[in-house]
Design a protein around this ligand. Structure first.
Ligand code: PLP
Length: 415
């Protein structure tokens, strides 16, 4: 495709873009159980407006844009209070969970090198920890030591302790982990790290908001945040259960000193002193402003309400799956994520069920091992579970009748 010789009109351009979206998943209608989150039209519209107003502002240099320094400080302050970060806690906004995790891996590597001279660093993490840790290890040259989870899908601290050696710079736990939606034994994992004085990152990309508010709503949540001794950093995605626009996450460190291993500065070029907190150079203020706007608009009460709605829908879906003989729920959700497979994988292909659901307009993540479907349940699904469960039943019946099979698909794609 070539650039048009003479430019198209604004209306023409926008209508072509809208046309491209015609076959996208209808997340506004609650049809996506992954990838998109929706706290209602009003919240989406506010995020979009705030994003528009700051889309060209550049967070690379807050001397020129002090507004964005203030935005970041306010957002990090709010998230820090959710995480019980304490006085010395220090963080940055990043563009997403992946960047937050990359920075946690990079900071652990730098600390290991600076304090202990580690030149061949490794990370000890459960098989359930997010793919972004693999990416971080690959980008920054660390060995990834994956340790099998227990039968209940939670990390196995004893096996993790056995894998730690003098080159270990980071241990990882998730709250909750993505694949089965359960919270790892953070207290035990962090204790192993504390004993050796190495970093322990808690991946709360999914749970940073929801676990905070579920605890406030009276749910029994295992300890997972900075109240746990030994936890050195935590990632929280605001573009998930913070219900803001894409491109917003926070990486929080227990102290300014630990945060110092994340940042990068150089003057080894002809352009003068250059410092940056994360992966990017030029960074749009759009997602940052949208996060500030949504946090302040929803307020504490908004997040209590939305978290209750998401959990209600998630529990309802978990109950329905447990009541479906052909399906097996992997674990009772501890936050708002769940996954399920077939009771008899030889009799029912769950990826074919995902195909049949997609023909009915529902999009789920496919994952494995073992072959499973995954639902990230958010507030938009409250009141829509009955309709989904009816289509799930119809899809199972269709697949059983046709004996069809499906493809595993992908959580993320390359093109
Ligand atoms: C989504 C997610 C990530 C990665 O975040 P992105 O925003 O997709 O980059 C990391 N960890 C967990 C547990 C997640 O759910």
């Amino acid at each position: 495709m070539a650039i048009p010789g003479s430019g198209l009109s604004r209306d023409e351009v926008l209508s072509q873009l809208d046309a491209m979206k015609a076959h996208d998943v209808r997340w506004r209608d609650g049809r996506a159980f992954t990838l998109a989150y929706n706290a209602g039209d009003e919240v989406v519209a506010l995020a979009e407006e705030a994003y528009r107003r700051f889309s060209t502002e550049n967070a690379l240099n807050t001397d020129a844009f002090p507004s964005l320094r203030r935005v970041q400080a306010d957002v990090v302050g709010i998230v820090g209070s959710w995480l019980e970060a304490g006085e010395d806690g220090a963080g940055f906004m990043t563009t997403g969970g992946t960047e937050s995790i990359l920075m946690a891996v990079k900071a652990a590597r730098e600390r290991g090198r600076a304090e202990r001279g580690v030149t061949a660093p490794n990370v000890v993490l459960p098989t359930s920890a997010h793919a972004a840790f693999e990416k971080g290890c690959a980008y920054f040259g660390l060995e990834s030591r994956r340790i099998a989870v227990r039968d209940d899908w939670r990390a196995d601290p004893d096996a993790m302790a056995d894998a730690v050696d003098e080159n270990t710079v980071l241990l990882v736990g998730s709250a909750p982990q993505y694949p089965q939606g359960v919270v790892d034994p953070i207290t035990e994992i962090a204790a192993i790290a504390a004993e050796r004085d190495v970093n322990c990152h808690v991946d709360a990309c999914m749970g940073g908001v929801t676990l905070t508010y579920l605890a406030r709503l009276g749910h029994d949540i295992p300890a997972w945040n900075f109240s746990v001794p030994g936890v050195t950093s935590i990632s929280v995605d605001l573009h998930k259960f913070g219900y803001t626009a894409k491109g917003a996450s926070v990486i929080m460190h227990r102290s300014k000193r630990l945060r110092s291993f994340q940042t990068f500065v150089t003057d080894n070029w002809l352009g003068g002193f250059y410092g940056s907190s994360g992966v990017l150079g030029t960074k749009s203020g759009g997602a940052m402003a949208a996060a500030w706007a949504v946090l302040h608009h929803l307020g504490d009460e908004g997040y209590l309400r939305l978290t209750a709605a998401a959990r209600r829908a998630c529990d309802q879906l978990a109950d329905a799956i447990e009541a479906t003989p052909e399906l097996r729920l992997r674990a009772r959700p501890e936050a708002t994520l769940l996954s399920f497979g077939a009771s008899d994988p030889d009799a029912l292909d769950v990826f074919a069920v995902a195909d049949a659901l997609w023909r009915r307009g529902w999009y789920l993540d496919r994952q494995g091992p073992p072959p499973s479907l995954h639902c990230t349940v958010n507030a938009v699904h409250d009141g829509r579970i009955d309709a989904f469960v009816a289509d799930l039943r119809a899809s199972i019946d269709e697949v059983l009748a046709a004996r069809s099979t499906g493809d595993q698909g992908a959580y993320g794609t390359v093109e």
